[in-house]
Design a protein around this ligand. Structure first.
Ligand code: AMP
Ligand code: TRP
Length: 334
């Protein structure tokens, strides 16, 4: 008998244009994992509305994110690609899990603490409950492994805690998921301030590279990336800008840090930066061409997200019914 494949679940918010960080920290790993696992790749639009979204842009970006998944090499025949709001069980399971989550543990989430500094008293309560919805996403599919960037580690700990809490309170209901955080690319840093993570919500466009940035923009942004006055290509904490560019290069080409250091020994940063830019362009350009083709083909995209929703609804509803039954809700007979 064929052994049952382990389950992977991951998602990205359609809340802005995706960056090189999303690509190297998340999507590129998904592509590698798709053969070995039963994968669910979700466009998490319910998460995106925790901050203000223009309806028109949200629609466009949701389809663009889906297209990027496929253009990067996620095969829709082998994986389940779907849109979170097409599976109502996510919202419902999130409510149920909210009743087993503590204000204290949610208040300790660093992403929430950062955002609450920005928004103050008028922070949406959705941002507070955000990690509970993420836990629902993961637990509904009996997920074994969650490939994410290192910024999501704390949210994943909460998903594990909630799974264990529910299992202990009732009986075995959820698989307790493990994070999958790759050694390289787990945290791509801001090009202008390499002490913070590259983020699509930064005000300065020179601080990030978008997956859809045209080649000449990529070249310009890399040439302007902040380095230092040391002038040696070395992987050390004293040179965070250079370290970040080396990480980008290594994650794309597979070269080790030692190999890169050797290659640029005795040279300044000019050729190194040029090569980093060309590696990014070579990686992203074919993806961009495919994304443009895909977004123009609405009927094809619809066929993918419809099939994805059907499969996802089936699995998610099975787990949701299990939760309802254990909690003590009366099932409606069919
Ligand atoms: P988000 O854009 O917040 O929906 O993040 C989607 C995925 O991309 C998550 O797995 C993040 O951990 C990952 N990610 C976002 N920014 C970065 C970054 N700068 N470096 C590495 N991974 C990232
Ligand atoms: N919170 C994640 C992020 O911002 C996105 C996300 C939502 C996610 N649900 C998920 C990632 C489930 C992995 C699994 O990066």
């Amino acid at each position: 008998m064929e052994e049952k494949k382990k389950v992977i679940f991951s998602g990205i918010q359609p809340s802005g244009q995706l960056t090189l960080g999303n690509y190297l920290g998340a999507i590129k790993n998904w592509v590698k994992l798709q053969e070995e696992y039963d994968c669910y790749f979700c466009v998490v639009d319910l998460h995106a509305i925790t901050v203000k979204q223009e309806p028109k842009d949200l629609r466009t970006r949701t389809l663009e994110v889906m297209s990027i998944y496929m253009a990067a090499g996620i095969d829709p025949e082998k994986n389940t690609i779907f849109i979170q709001s097409h599976v109502p069980a996510h919202s419902e399971a999130a409510w149920l899990l909210n009743c087993y989550s503590y204000m204290g543990e949610l208040g300790r989430m660093t992403q929430y603490k950062d955002k609450s500094q920005k928004y103050g008293e008028s922070i949406a309560s959705g941002l507070f409950n955000y990690p509970v919805l993420m836990a629902a996403d993961i637990l509904l599919y009996q997920t074994d492994l969650v490939p994410v960037g290192s910024d999501q580690k704390q949210h994943l700990e909460l998903a594990r805690d909630l799974a264990q809490r529910f299992n202990n309170l009732y009986s075995e209901t959820f698989v307790v998921p493990d994070p999958y955080i790759s050694k390289t690319g787990a945290k791509i840093m801001d090009l202008q301030d390499p002490t913070k993570k590259m983020s699509k919500s930064d005000d300065n466009p020179n601080s990030f590279i978008l997956i859809m940035d045209p080649p000449e923009v990529i070249r310009k942004k890399v040439s302007r990336a902040v380095t230092d006055s040391i002038g040696a290509v070395k992987y050390t904490d004293e040179q965070p800008g250079v370290k970040n560019l080396m990480t980008i290069l290594s994650t794309i080409t597979g070269e080790s840090f030692e190999e890169i250091e050797k290659k640029y020994e005795g040279q300044g940063y000019a050729q190194f930066k040029k090569d980093v830019a060309e590696a990014i362009v070579a990686e992203l350009e074919p993806i961009q061409i495919k994304v443009k083709e895909l977004v123009a083909n609405k009927a094809y995209l619809e066929s993918i997200y419809k099939a994805g929703a059907e499969k996802a609804n089936y699995i998610a509803n099975k787990t949701l019914r299990k939760m309802q039954k254990k909690i003590g809700f009366i099932p409606v007979s069919k």
